[in-house]
Write a protein that binds this ligand. Structure first.
Ligand SMILES: O=C(O)CCC(=O)C(=O)O
Ligand SMILES: [Fe+2]
Length: 289
């Protein structure tokens, strides 16, 4: 029988696994290993969801000149919302969510840094999202995640609403889908991730995923918290834009996630070895690099 209760083991675990154990996420790790993804329900509460939705809509309003109604919108295709960490404080709170961090750190190690925080906004005029892996194109696939994603459902995810679709265990394929394989509507192996609003879907960077076309009126929002090991180029320039107030509000782990202690990239001030020491497990965590 699988159990999500912390184990009764008394001898030490690695810091990463101790956190998994404390949060009762052991069976989620098993799913990540065997199927390349896992779902945790009710990670975001109703207030956090409402604040995140409002902040995304603020950006859409600036981009398109009008504020789409989430239930009734039936107009032209809507664009991606991006750079969300700087859009509203709610995204700072989500970035330090302990369930998300425990599972993503399991996949990416302690050097993990935020690559981007975006919302894939989907109206019925938007097309489906072809299946793909998130592993960067020119990088050879390896068995470990070098990037990983936490996809928060900011709408009830159903196929009709344009939810995420995943092909289980494709994290082991070591390649991207090609040709006809990449259509989520015709590939018979795709599982629609039909989960309630507020759920977190965490997946390995190699796992094939995409999203269905929305058939219903209204708009589907997600929140994609995309992370990378620190030797991978990140998508958004977080480090250069993060403010002392943001660090003050959110602490050391947040600073590390924002690449503030990154060793490479020094200028006239020269290398700072103290920065490397800010990464727990830098020398001993085999998942570090
Ligand atoms: O539309 C979605 O939910 C999937 C987006 C996606 O592929 C990603 O965040 O990597
Ligand atoms: Fe993706």
């Amino acid at each position: 029988m699988s159990s999500n209760k912390p184990s009764e083991r008394t001898f030490p675990r690695t810091e990463v696994f101790a956190e998994i154990d404390r949060l009762g996420l052991n069976s989620n790790v098993l799913e990540l290993e065997s199927e390349g993804y896992t779902v945790v329900p009710s990670v975001l509460d109703a207030e956090t969801i409402a604040r995140a939705q409002a902040a995304i809509l603020n950006q859409l309003e600036r981009k398109t000149g009008s504020r789409p109604d989430l239930k009734t919108y039936d107009g032209p295709a809507l664009p991606l919302a991006h750079f969300l960490l700087f859009e509203d404080e709610v995204f700072e709170e989500i970035l330090v969510n302990e369930v998300m961090l425990a599972l993503l750190t399991y996949l990416l190690g302690q050097s993990m840094a935020i690559s981007s925080m975006t919302s894939h906004v989907k109206a019925s005029a938007n097309s489906h999202l072809p299946l793909h892996s998130d592993t960067p194109g020119l990088f050879p696939f390896r068995s470990e995640s070098i990037v990983a994603n936490c996809n928060f459902a900011l709408d009830d995810y159903t196929k009709e609403n344009g939810c995420l679709g995943i092909i289980p265990s494709t994290h082991r394929f070591g390649r991207n889908p090609t040709g006809d394989e990449n259509n989520p509507h015709t590939n018979p192996f795709v599982v629609p991730i039909e989960v309630p609003i507020g759920s977190a879907i965490i997946y390995h960077g190699n796992t094939w995923h995409g999203a269905f076309k929305r058939e219903a009126p209204g708009v589907r929002l997600n929140l994609a918290v995309f992370m990378a090991r620190n030797f991978i180029t990140r998508q958004e320039r977080i480090k250069e834009n993060v403010t002392p107030e943001m660090i003050e509000r959110n602490g050391e782990r947040f600073a590390r996630l924002c690449s503030l202690y990154e060793f490479n990239g020094y200028e006239e001030d020269g290398p700072d070895f103290a920065k490397a020491a800010k990464y727990p497990g830098f020398l001993i965590d085999p998942r570090f690099g």
